[in-house]
Write a protein that binds this ligand. Sequence first.
Ligand SMILES: Cc1cc2ncn([C@H]3O[C@H](COP(=O)(O)O)[C@@H](O)[C@H]3O)c2cc1C
Ligand SMILES: O=C(O)c1cccnc1
Length: 358
Amino acid sequence: MGALLERTLAAIEPADPAAVAAARDRQNHLTKPPGSLGRLEELSVRLAGLAGVCPPPVPEPAAVAVFAADHGVHAQGVSVWPQEVTAQMVANFLASGAAVNVLAAQTGARVVAVDVGVATPLPGEDGDSGILLRRRVRAGTADMTRGPAMTRQEAIRAIEIGIGVAGQLADEGCRCLLTGDMGIANTTASAALIAVFTGARPDDVTGHGAGVDEKTRRHKADVVRGALELHRPEPRDPVGAVAAVGGLEHAALAGFVLGAAARRIPVILDGVIASSAALVAAALAPDALAACVAGHRSAEPGHTVALRHLGLEPLVDLGLRLGEGTGALLALPLLQSAARTLRDMATFDSAGVSGKRT
Ligand SMILES: Cc1cc2ncn([C@H]3O[C@H](COP(=O)(O)O)[C@@H](O)[C@H]3O)c2cc1C
Ligand SMILES: O=C(O)c1cccnc1
């Protein structure tokens, strides 16, 4: 295992019980009937437990990291879209034309695209820009139906890239991290990972992705089943599992979650790709879940299965099935509202409002 990964796993701690207790107590003294802010209250308690202080800092500024990569399994006809769309959409992110850019602008979040394994050349000069981080491990994965998608070393490199991006954004002042993804055929790798870590049947966790018909969806589930039979990945070996049937963006996203957790910064998970990566992260460090907030519930069936396994309840449920970080961005204001109400509302004592009659 890589040194950065080892160090990061060692730095991840459970929620702070004193901060959790203080936040619960404070919620009960704010000028509202106890419990009346619904799930925002429990969310604020989780933020306090993660930060280790009550009230916790408001999670802002925020940044969404869109990890982009291609997939050898695309050759099996699991997506209706050509592979080049991955690189073309990265160019669209750089030009601020994608849904993730529009929703990020709406919420004041920064967008960073990270090339961890795009198969076709990207526009522009070598080196990083403010928006594009070039961290390509290899030009797309291999076809998981014929061999492992990548080597263990490549998986560890991609995980450590994700940790590094989380650390860099934290160093630049970000106090809330959001997951994003771009990779044609990546819902197939996501389904495979969800089947490995939850034990669900491939057919139950394989969806229509970016628009395949029912016949192709069934073929996709067969492809997943075949890959699992070939590799027999084990949840006890998360690095081996993501190397066998995952994607470079899945590995990087798992690292991104671990990196956020190690820094005690909340990370809002987007859809099925992010949640399958979170399964990898949680298998490596169960306490990383203290940092995870499920932004939304995507229409992909595997997403609901993964969220149940992770014990996370999504904040919004709008039938989205896009990815890129869009569902996480829609949830961002809710997370910020949870922290702000806990921090800024008056208490019954400070406002001179009479408490409940006992
Ligand atoms: C134009 C376009 C923009 C996207 N933005 C995100 N995705 C989403 O769809 C892809 C996964 O679906 P599948 O597994 O069926 O290929 C990923 O790139 C995901 O981020 C897009 C897909 C397309 C076509
Ligand atoms: O759940 C998602 O994020 C998703 C679903 C379909 C296609 N791309 C992404």
